[in-house]
Each structure stands twice: as C-alpha cells, then as structure tokens.
Ligand binder design. Sequence first.
Ligand code: SF4
Length: 366
Amino acid sequence: MNRNEIWRSYGTDYKNMTKRLLIQSGLAQQLPPAPALIAIKPNLVTPSPACFGGTTHTEVVAGIIETLKELGTYEIVIAEGSWVGDRTSEAFEYCGYQHLARTYGVRLLDTQKEKGFPADCGGETLTVCRCVRDWDFLINVPVLKGHCQTHITCALKNMKGLIPNSEKRRFHSMGLHRPIAHLNTYLKPDYIVIDHICGDLDFEEGGNPVVRNCVMAALDPVLVDAYVCSLLHVPQETVPYIGMAEALGVGSADISQLRLITCEGEPFEDLPERKLLDVSYTVNESESCSACYASLVPALEQLAAEGLLEKLDVSIAIGQGHRGKHGKLGVGNCTMGFETCIRGCPPSEEEIAAGLRKYLQERAFH
Ligand code: SF4
C-alpha cells in the first residue's frame, strides 16, 4: 500500500473481511520482524456498544489480531483511554474487549492509569503516556464519525487516547486543533484500519449510527481525515487540525492525489448531510472538554423538541475558559462562578436538560 492510497472492503463478515483487507493491502510488508510488541489503538471513547456508532467493533480488532498471529509471534497489546468522565475499564468490559483479550490472550492497557512524560511534538512539548515508548509498531483503529466540536473525528484525533486525562483537559484549553496536529508528529501510526461500519455522523459517543458496513486501511492519517471530510460533506478548512498536521509534515491533505482501491463488496451511495442542531447562537463555548459539550448538544435538542429552547434569554456558558468568571447561566463545574451553574464534570445530558428546564421554570415564575 502506498501513502496516497486508501483500501476499502464492504460486507458484514467484519472479522474475515478485515483479515482479507489487511493481507491484500500489504500489512505483512510493513510489520517489523518478530518478535516485536505491537499496539492496537481502538476508539473506546465511552462504554457503549459499537452498534451505537461511537466505538470500534471488536470484530475488526479480532481480524487484526488473527492476522498478526498468522504473520508472526508478536506480543500484542490493546491500548486505549476513554474520554474524561468515563472509565476505560468500563469501556473495555461493555464494549467486549475483556472477552476479546481473554479469547486471544492479548493484554489490555488502560492509558488513563499511565503516567506521562514530556515529548517534543514538532516544537510543542506535550505529555504523552509512557507506554508508547515500548511499542515497535502502532495500529490506529479509529471509528469514522462526526464530532460536535471538530466536525469530524477519525485517524488524527484518535491519538488523543494515548495522553493522560490531565493532558486531555489541557488540549481543550489550548484550542484542541493545534495540540492534535502536534501530537501526530510524535505518535505516528504504522498502519491505520478504519471502522466505517456504522459511525455516528454527529456525535463521537454515538447514538445515531449510519450503517456503511465498510472497513478501510491506509498509511497517511492526514489523507484519511481529509477523505473523511469529503465523505461527510465537511469543508476541510473547518477542521483546522488537518491543515496544521499537513504543515507539520505529518501527511498530505491533497485528496486529488488519493487513490481509492475497493477490495471487495460494493460501495454505498454517498453519506447523508449531517443533521446536527446548530447551537452556536445559544452557546458561549470556550475550551470545553468533548464530554461536556457532547452532553450539552443532545440536552439542547431535548429542549428544542419541547419548544423550550427559544425561551432561553441568555447564552449558555461552557468550558474551561469560563473558570473564575461570572455570568448568568453556565454548564459544568468550570462555570461555578455563574449565577446559575448546572454542576458536574462533566454533567450528564439528563442533568443538563433538567437544570435548563428548572432555570426556565424559575424565570417564568418570576
Ligand atoms: S466542567 Fe470543565 S473541566 Fe469538567 S468536563 Fe466540563 S469543561 Fe471539562
């Protein structure tokens, strides 16, 4: 496989389809000689089953493991850290990875429990989990999804699971895009296997899966994310980390050079336009963590469905940029200084919806 290529297969036998895809796309030619330690990095952002559209299917990872075992005596570790607010250990259990690890005799590594070290990431010092220094080969296995803040998420952003929780919070305070781009100068996957089976087109935690029954393989994470933009009808310039990563030499965002190779099955028709509620007019977001913002958007959708959203007469503050500041209405502990603060770190969708309803009722009463 060349760096300007993305190989893809369609079907419903996800495990065997993945195995054939890896062999045909040339994984064997990329692997280091055995023995070697190979890390597989899925996306287990939250403890929810893959069919909800937010997490990597175990069948895809099983296909990778079986292929590796057929190609050599490799030590294999599955490494992931869920987003701030959820425990990776629960995601491993609920998403079927405990069972997967037992079945194949591979190790699970919870990066939320890992200590970090300062790494020079293209001129930016970022804290990265220590375990990454032990690996000889990294296979990135993201889910192709929409994202309520960055519009899309796939190969580049999936590397964020390999930094400690404290650094994830700091990423948001740094504006998210620049640190994601820099992180990818240090964490360079040797192979990318994309779960495009049923990713949610709006929310990274899933809930509205859109079935495409596709698994893809690639080498260039920038090209992958640029291609995802075109698939999801998202202008590439609205996802700044793609251009930033390209400028840092991580890869190429020029999809005019992309060569798509279909190994098996028939491609689906184009994906539908995203249907995410535009909340920008009512939200004052500043350096918000993904989990916090991802709870707010569906809570606002609840209020919109109830005809209450239009009754909000102030904007809702959310994010670390509001720490120590004052205002009327805020979501999350970062807005503790606001007259009304819906507490939690992060608060759940239901807590936010209930808090906003209470706020509106009190306003109506006065
Ligand atoms: S309350 Fe603040 S720190 Fe906690 S999840 Fe929300 S934005 Fe992040």
